[in-house]
Design a protein around this ligand. Structure first.
Ligand code: PDD
Length: 294
């Protein structure tokens, strides 16, 4: 099945998709992005991701490349043309192309590109996967609330994890508190069954769309979430741990820095939350305004 990409209004074969070498996303990481899961033919939390994309653009004074409805249409067209039911839509908006100059260009011609890649959302496989994490110092800038493509710190963190056979790197601030994963939010569960995750205030982490969905779901199910920073030492002693993101969904973490978490298997509460999230994502996707499955 040929993969189709989107570049500034054109749907093109993936291997032919390209942008200019003076695109500011390429030269300055002057760009933002979103990743939306397509599960069983339905977009998970599309509105939340598009809301955050608009917010990120606004924070950086990058103009919307096309209107919101046109963007929704383009996302659906990507789904339709790629003819897959499970995968990820990656979308990136850059400040556009201009001769290299740090200041913003005069024009407001931001660029929009999208790619699609297949993914497997098999829940049983996800529960069985032995996901390990390591901890690394958080060396990023201070506006982590903005989803920019300036991801070199996360690239280094993820590589360090991979070199130790781990899936994710939990980044740690100067006071010893976990901020978040290199591409996910970090959660632990204490002995009482409370979920603990860092607050999004002060821009120290990204406000994950999956994280927000979990907050609403847990409220409904009367599962207590305590929003507070937690230390690495606390994480080692947690009953369960997991990460949340559009790509990993709810991923159990069974080992941190070589220390087994709980009994070293996906925890019962984490599995319940994953099931809850899967039901929600499917149901929510079905209700998305303007969605016409083909
Ligand atoms: N990353 N924190 C960071 C630093 C992230 O990069 C991500 C997502 C999240 C979770 O956000 P959400 O639940 O909205 O996906 C938290 C995406 C998936 C990525 O970079 O591929």
């Amino acid at each position: 099945m040929p993969r189709i990409a989107y570049v500034n209004g054109q749907y093109v074969p993936h291997q032919d998709a390209s942008i200019h070498i003076e695109d500011r996303g390429f030269q300055f990481a002057d760009s933002v992005y979103e990743v939306i899961a397509l599960m069983g033919g339905r977009l998970a939390d599309e509105q939340g991701h598009l809301d955050r994309l608009e917010r990120s653009l606004k924070e950086l004074s990058i103009s919307m490349p096309i209107g919101r409805r046109a963007m929704q249409f383009a996302v659906r067209e990507m789904v339709r043309r790629n003819r897959q039911k499970d995968g990820m839509i990656y979308m990136q908006v850059t400040r556009g192309t201009a001769p290299r100059d740090f200041k913003f260009p005069q024009h407001k011609n931001s660029a929009l590109v999208m790619t699609f890649y297949p993914a497997n959302f098999d829940v049983a496989l996800r529960k069985a996967a032995v996901k390990k994490a390591i901890t690394v110092p958080d060396i990023r800038w201070k506006r982590r609330d903005i989803k920019t493509t300036a991801l070199i710190a996360q690239v280094l963190a993820k590589q360090a994890a991979a070199e130790k056979g781990a899936y994710e790197a939990w980044m740690v601030d100067e006071e010893g508190f976990v901020t978040e994963g290199s591409s996910s939010n970090a959660w632990i569960i204490d002995k009482k069954g409370n979920l603990i995750t860092r607050p999004t205030a002060n821009n120290t982490i990204l406000k994950g769309v999956t994280r927000s969905a979990l907050q609403a779901l847990c409220k409904k199910e009367k599962i207590k979430i305590v929003e507070r920073p937690f230390t690495v030492a606390e994480a080692y002693k947690a009953k369960e741990a997991f990460t949340s993101s559009a790509v990993a969904l709810i991923a159990p973490v069974v080992e941190i820095d070589g220390r087994k978490i709980g009994d070293g298997k996906a925890g019962a509460i984490t599995c319940k939350i994953l099931d809850m999230y899967m039901d929600y994502a499917k149901d929510h996707g079905r209700k998305q305004e303007g969605w016409h499955p083909k």
